[in-house]
Ligand binder design. Structure first.
Ligand SMILES: Cc1cc2nc3c(=O)[nH]c(=O)nc-3n(C[C@H](O)[C@H](O)[C@H](O)COP(=O)(O)OP(=O)(O)OC[C@H]3O[C@@H](n4cnc5c(N)ncnc54)[C@H](O)[C@@H]3O)c2cc1C
Length: 240
């Protein structure tokens, strides 16, 4: 759907061994670093983590907080960014504030960018409101909304030319301007975010973000992701 993108900037290279080491230190008499050459391989560590920490909802999540993944999320609407930023434990964000520049808004007026490269509008189709009432977003309405965004870009440009600061003029642009952000999370905090934002009543675009977050997560910690898929994914089993 849409232009939504998530790419990995960096990640702990041996995440499941890292979690294993932390778990092992919980009960080992010795200094676990000295055993690092004898740690089981990534897959085996993943299996041990599932068995010892995750299975049966033991709630022993601490060791999962050590490995970090740093992701670049792109072209999501401002509203999705706002929602994702409410998750503040174990997650850190950097996002453009529009205080310093808003050149891409001006680019729309100058014909250098499409309206939809800068603003997000939902695809045509049928939707329902929070009370379950259905409605259609049709072609004519969507075209009118594109015009509305274009008009707002023109107003933004005019105010900038009149000498406004970017932080003042940004108040004129439509709410769902697209944003890119860098987000770092650990294995536990990412799963917690997915608990809350991939469930059926989360906003559509937040669910799409989770779909995109899931691919790098799965490639990074496959055994843990596999356990999560079978036990928690989309089941709204929320952490306290
Ligand atoms: C479907 C949905 C709709 C929402 N609608 C709105 C809305 O309309 N407006 C709005 O403002 N927010 C809204 N939220 C955000 C919501 O209220 C939470 O702020 C958000 O989901 C962050 O989750 P979290 O508390 O689990 O935080 P995280 O930062 O992900 O924290 C992880 C966990 O740490 C613990 N924790 C974190 N901070 C504290 C603390 N201060 N005290 C005690 N324990 C803490 C909790 O156990 C928490 O679950 C919505 C969330 C969802 C999922």
């Amino acid at each position: 759907m849409d232009r939504f993108t998530v790419e990995v900037i960096s990640q702990t290279p041996n995440p499941q061994q890292t979690i294993y080491a932390a778990m092992h230190q919980d009960y080992a008499e010795g200094f676990v670093w000295e055993e690092r050459d004898r740690f089981p391989d990534e897959t085996k560590c993943g299996e041990v983590i599932v068995k010892q920490l995750l299975a049966g909802n033991r709630g022993h999540y601490g060791p999962l907080e050590h490995p970090q993944i740093v992701l670049n999320c792109g072209w999501f609407p401002h509203s999705t960014m706002q929602q994702i930023r409410t998750h503040r434990v174990g997650i850190s964000f950097d996002v453009q504030s529009f205080r310093y520049t808003g050149q891409r808004v001006v680019d729309v007026v100058e014909g250098k960018r499409e309206v939809e490269e800068v603003f997000y509008l939902r695809p045509l189709g049928f939707y329902s409101d929070r009370q379950g009432k259905k409605y259609e977003y049709n072609l004519e309405q969507r075209q009118q909304d594109i015009e509305w965004c274009l008009e707002a870009c023109r107003r933004y440009q005019r105010r900038i030319l009149e000498g406004f600061s970017e932080e003042h003029a940004r108040g004129l642009i439509p709410f769902d301007v697209r944003q890119h952000w860098v987000m770092s999370a650990n294995v536990r905090s990412l799963m917690h975010l997915v608990d809350l934002r991939w469930k059926a009543d989360a906003q559509l675009e937040a669910q799409k973000l989770c779909e995109h977050l899931w691919k790098p997560f799965q490639a990074w910690v496959p055994e843990i992701a596999d356990w999560y898929e079978s036990n928690r994914l989309k089941k709204a089993r929320l952490a306290p």
